[in-house]
Ligand binder design. Structure first.
Ligand code: MLT
Length: 234
């Protein structure tokens, strides 16, 4: 296993060991790092016979839960979660996150907002001082398809930068999210810092369903480091 994968695994194992307790409801995030968290959860289930309900944040997360024979829950039956564990594309020093590189930001944010504790697991390449330093694919914004051009114009006009519809790799056309929407990736200009205000303003544009800006939602971030250690941020 390369150092990046090993860093993801270290962070994921630490978060599951520290935050998953018996008789709890846990949000299962999406992306590449959460796979290791599910592996650790399965190990602990076998070792400790835990009673844990898992609420997915995407089709991928649901498949991970089902394929690993974990207990599947949802927000209808479990609207309050003890903890949600998820990856991130970038985490700045103020606990602002960019999420949605994997296209699952809407359900990830909903599930995180229902959890008492929201914990991020990531490798060392995701840690930055200011957003945009590390993740170069832009801030993902989930939008209603009929509004995508109007939203592109509004965001570009208000803040500048470039904003593109995310295109599918194995299909001629846009990525369609688990919720039937498009994703815009906004390559914002340098110098923007007031992410809370920007997030609120963008969220208010009609047709915007959700942004990949997670502002101070996470309680703790575990970064797996190249030397095998863990850096904690809160
Ligand atoms: C995302 O926010 O898109 C993912 O959770 C990041 C990841 O791959 O861990």
């Amino acid at each position: 296993m390369g150092s990046l994968e090993s860093a993801k695994k270290t962070a994921a194992y630490k978060a599951v060991d520290e935050y998953v307790k018996n008789n709890t409801v846990i949000g299962i995030g999406s992306g590449s790092t959460i796979i290791y968290a599910v592996h650790r959860l399965v190990e602990r289930m076998k070792e400790e016979n835990l009673n844990v309900v898992c609420v997915p944040t995407s089709f991928q997360a649901r498949q991970l839960i089902l394929n690993n024979h974990l207990t599947l829950g949802d927000l209808e039956t479990h609207p309050k979660l003890d903890c949600a564990i998820d990856g991130a594309d970038e985490v700045d020093s103020d606990m602002n996150l960019i999420k949605g590189g994997g296209g699952c930001l809407l359900q990830e944010k909903i599930v995180a907002s229902c959890a008492d504790e929201f914990v991020i697991i990531a490798d060392y390449t995701k840690s930055s001082q200011q957003l945009g330093e590390k993740y170069k694919k832009g801030i993902p914004i989930e939008v209603i398809p009929m509004a995508y051009v109007a939203i592109q114009k509004r965001i570009k006009g208000n803040y500048g930068g470039n904003i593109q519809v995310r295109m599918a790799l194995a299909k001629a056309g846009p990525v369609i999210t688990d919720n039937g929407n498009f994703i815009l990736d906004w390559h914002f200009p340098q110098g923007l810092t007031n992410w809370n205000k920007i997030n609120i303003e963008i969220s208010m544009i009609p047709g915007v369903v959700e942004t990949g800006l997670f502002i101070k939602m996470a309680k703790k971030v575990f970064f797996g480091m190249p030397d095998g250690s863990i850096k904690e941020q809160s």
